[in-house]
Design a protein around this ligand. Structure first.
Ligand code: PBG
Length: 318
């Protein structure tokens, strides 16, 4: 076997997985105000950005050849009905319009969920102390339509309600957005790895947790059922989240289904790498390249990652 490992040109010739920034999506957090660029504690190099700043960030993302951005929002105020999620002048809707205008050609994906917009931090409407599935679907569909109306290219529901893909598809079609694809967070696990994100998006549940809607980390077969249902409901692309502890799921989804597959290299995965690198315990560049390569080798072509800009720069340099 060592004959094909003897020099870089040979290794390069037989390499099975190659990284391309066009397959990365960078998550960004839009916040109210102007000139705001507030670094997120556990996510060095990532910021809550006001709309004017997010536009600057997006120009950089486009220049680096990164596939696109996925937008999350921090509304001015939160309420019981998540009204900021589907308001036409909501924070994400405003960010989309500004990016569309100032950075044409950049792919804009939106996260469709309610947890950043509810006063209680849950992903849906609370009825008798629980997240009500079917009443939440209307909010999700309305958010997706408002994102499409503002100019989003792709909507990505991350709430894990049952039937949301069908509800969103129906509503998008009814409003003349049949061309807008749905990237479904099909297998999303109730993970501790979302911790830093919840600080960034200010979306920690005020009571209980998300285990009645997000998946049990112990279940792989159930993930395949989730994916099959989302495809039946009309998902155009599917995602597994988090990435690293769930690469077996990524691989099984890739083998069983023929849609484009994405994986979300989430905030906690990012934070661990950053913390170790800052302590001088690991080589950040090499470890990040190995991580992204591993995610893609497992079968995810699309990778959502907070490392996107760094990786794009490193790939440019070599
Ligand atoms: C919204 C959402 C979350 C993430 C993406 N969309 C948080 C959650 O479900 O609590 C997590 C992303 C990350 O950790 O990087 N529901």
């Amino acid at each position: 076997m060592r004959r094909l490992r003897s020099s870089e040109p040979i290794r390069s010739l037989v390499r099975e997985t190659r990284l391309d920034p066009a397959e990365f999506i960078l998550p960004l957090f839009a916040c109210p105000g102007e000139g705001i660029r507030r670094e997120i504690g556990a996510m060095p190099g990532n910021f809550q950005l006001s709309v004017d700043e997010i536009v600057l960030e997006c120009a950089e993302v486009r220049a680096l050849g990164i596939g696109g951005v996925i937008l999350f929002g921090l509304p001015e105020s939160k309420d019981e009905t998540a009204s900021g999620a589907y308001a036409d002048d909501g924070i994400v809707q405003r960010a989309i319009r500004a990016i569309r205008r100032e950075v044409p050609g950049l792919l804009i994906v939106t996260d469709v969920c309610n947890c950043e917009y509810t006063s209680h931090g849950h992903c849906g409407k609370i009825v008798n102390g629980e997240v009500d599935n079917d009443q939440t679907l209307a909010w999700l569909a309305a958010s997706a339509v408002s994102h499409a109306r503002a100019g989003a290219d792709i909507v990505a529901p991350s709430d894990m309600m049952d039937g949301r893909v069908a509800a969103i598809r129906r509503e998008l079609d009814a409003h003349g957005f049949s061309r807008i694809p749905i990237l479904s967070y099909a297998a999303k696990f109730a993970s501790v790895f979302y911790g830093p994100f919840r600080e960034a998006a200010e979306s920690t549940p005020q009571f209980g947790d998300r285990r009645s809607y997000q998946m049990d980390p112990a279940n792989a077969r159930e993930a395949l059922r989730e994916v099959a249902l989302d495809i039946e409901e009309g998902a155009d692309m599917i995602m597994v989240k988090p990435a690293l502890p769930y690469l077996d799921i990524v691989q099984r989804v890739r083998e069983r289904f023929d849609l484009p597959v994405g994986a979300y290299n989430v905030s906690g995965e990012f934070a661990m790498v950053k913390a170790a690198a800052r302590n001088g315990w690991i080589d950040e560049k090499r470890i990040v390249l190995e991580i992204i390569t591993g995610i893609q080798r497992a079968g995810a072509s699309i990778v959502l990652t907070y490392h996107a800009k760094d990786v794009a720069r490193w790939l440019k340099a070599c």
